[in-house]
Design a binder for this molecule. Structure first.
Ligand SMILES: [Zn+2]
Length: 128
């Protein structure tokens, strides 16, 4: 379009009418054709830029809600874990479960009692 518009102006000596026609065509193109293209492009650009930002904020919000920072109940090593997942302590390797925002040992309390009894029996044996 840019190529032949000066040519038309040059061919038509009066020029003004042709120029007005071209202006009208340009306005129509911008308002109907190019307008949609520009709008669509801007919307697309907005979506491309806004989506990752919204995604990032959603992810941050989700992580903030689900990330637990607590001490290991076995060795008191502080680390982070996710709610609803079982994680193992990076320090002592104990498998832990997140309950009420705190790390808890998965092994039932009964097992721990038996372990304690075993230790005390060994100690008794050694003392005898
Ligand atoms: Zn630990």
């Amino acid at each position: 379009m840019n190529n032949y518009s000066p040519k038309l102006l040059w061919l038509n000596r009066s020029g003004l009418g042709c120029f007005l026609n071209l202006l009208l065509v340009a306005i129509l193109l911008v308002s109907f054709g190019l307008g949609w293209v520009v709008n669509g492009f801007l919307i697309l650009l907005g979506v491309i830029f806004i989506t990752p930002i919204i995604g990032f904020w959603l992810l941050r919000w989700w992580v903030k809600r689900n990330l637990i920072e607590d001490q290991c109940p076995v060795c008191s090593y502080e680390f982070t874990g996710f709610k609803g997942t079982n994680s193992s302590c990076p320090n002592c390797g104990e498998t832990l479960e997140v309950r009420n925002g705190k790390f808890q040992r998965i092994t039932p309390p009964g097992t721990i009692d038996v372990d304690v009894v075993d230790v005390s029996v060994k100690q008794l044996d050694q003392s005898n």
